[in-house]
Design a protein around this ligand. Structure first.
Ligand code: MAN
Length: 359
């Protein structure tokens, strides 16, 4: 094993060190962008101060216009319903208005004419809209085959009127929206060129700061992720990282054994249910000259009248990642043999650090 690579040259530790330097730089840039942004915003604020009164005026005007419009709409609606212009709306006047014919039977019943709260009114209308629609959809292509001019034709005509009405309303709404947009545009303050320039500069400074801040956050996040990974030792060159999340099986006459490196070792009776946990990932326990040759999985399920189960996994060089044997040399102590290219030694005088990324 390339022991001399352990320690500082550890792949992740080196990357973390590099990132810490990048973080420092990113912090400097972020601080610089922050002061540029603050300076630009101070100038922008000062310049906008003059427009504050104008802005407030526009706001007040918009508010007033909206209020007037609402009042107008309400008055119009009332006048439309109050047919005899006596300032009162009677049930009979409501019944005369087809808008309240929620079940669309052509008549406004007294119940329909009763005032309802908006929420339930909406749901009632939506419901009957759906019913109404499906009723007509069901008649698609239904022509008056027998030529007797019966209901179907009338209903189809009603439906066409309805669609036309809807289209007219939609067009009206769209026009209103367009007008509102136009008004909003008209309301936009036209800044003098210098103020506009200061706003643009401040906007650019805000964008720059955000970019710098995002970059710093990304670096901090990457460091955090790498540091979290440090709690598991994937080897001096990170060569065992690829094992994480994978599992390997071996079957003997009685059991199926499963090794999920850096996670767990289990045993399952071939004709039984449930798994027995032989151990959870513990640490590398190889000899001093080759520490990454043995994995230890500890604190497995308790053994009847015995210790907690545990497993030792001996890694040997091989072309395949493969669990080649599992034995139980001592009761509830298991020995797994695993071959892997990740452990194959470099040729003695190899200068280049070869990373086993082919896992
Ligand atoms: C089960 C298995 C065996 C183990 C005994 C101990 O049968 O886990 O491997 O030896 O329990 O009682």
């Amino acid at each position: 094993m390339t022991k001399q690579l352990a320690g500082l040259s550890n792949f992740r530790e080196a990357r973390i060190e590099e990132l810490l330097k990048e973080k420092e730089k990113a912090q400097e840039i972020q601080a610089e962008k922050l002061s540029v942004k603050e300076a630009a915003e101070a100038l922008e604020k000062e310049a906008l101060e003059e427009y504050k009164a104008i802005e407030e005026e526009i706001k007040a005007r918009q508010e007033k216009e909206r209020k007037e419009k609402d009042e107008n709409d309400a008055r119009e609606a009332f006048e439309k319903l109050d047919e005899d212009n006596d300032g009162l709306i009677t049930i009979q006047e409501l019944q005369a208005n087809q808008v309240f014919d929620t079940n669309r039977d052509g008549e406004v019943s007294e119940i329909e004419a009763q005032p309802v709260d908006t929420a339930s009114e909406k749901s009632v209308t939506e419901e009957s809209d759906k019913e109404y629609q499906s009723e007509y959809e069901g008649q698609d292509g239904l022509e008056d085959e027998d030529g007797d001019g019966d209901e179907e034709d009338e209903e189809n005509e009603d439906y066409a009127d309805e669609v036309e009405d809807l289209e007219v309303t939609k067009a009206k709404e769209e026009k209103e929206e367009e007008e509102e947009e136009k008004e909003e545009k008209e309301d936009e303050i036209q800044y003098d060129p210098e103020t506009q320039r200061l706003i643009d500069v401040a906007n650019a400074a805000r964008d720059d700061y955000k970019t710098a801040d995002d970059q710093l956050r990304d670096i901090i996040k990457e460091i955090q992720n790498l540091q979290d990974g440090l709690t598991k030792d994937f080897g001096p060159n990170d060569e065992f990282r690829g094992f994480e999340g994978r599992c390997y099986e071996y079957s003997d006459r009685e059991y199926v054994y499963k090794l999920c490196p850096f996670d767990s070792a289990t045993q399952k009776q071939k004709n039984g249910h449930g798994e027995t946990r032989l151990g959870s990932w513990g640490s590398w326990t190889g000899p001093a000259e080759d520490p990454y040759s043995i994995m230890k999985y500890t604190a497995g399920q308790g053994c009847w009248n015995g210790p907690q189960r545990s497993a030792e996994v001996r890694l040997t060089c091989g072309i395949e990642n493969e669990l080649t044997s599992v034995t139980e040399p001592n009761r509830c102590e298991y020995l797994f043999l695993f071959t892997t290219p990740a452990i194959c030694n470099e040729p003695e005088n190899s200068e280049k650090v070869h990373q086993h990324t082919e896992l």
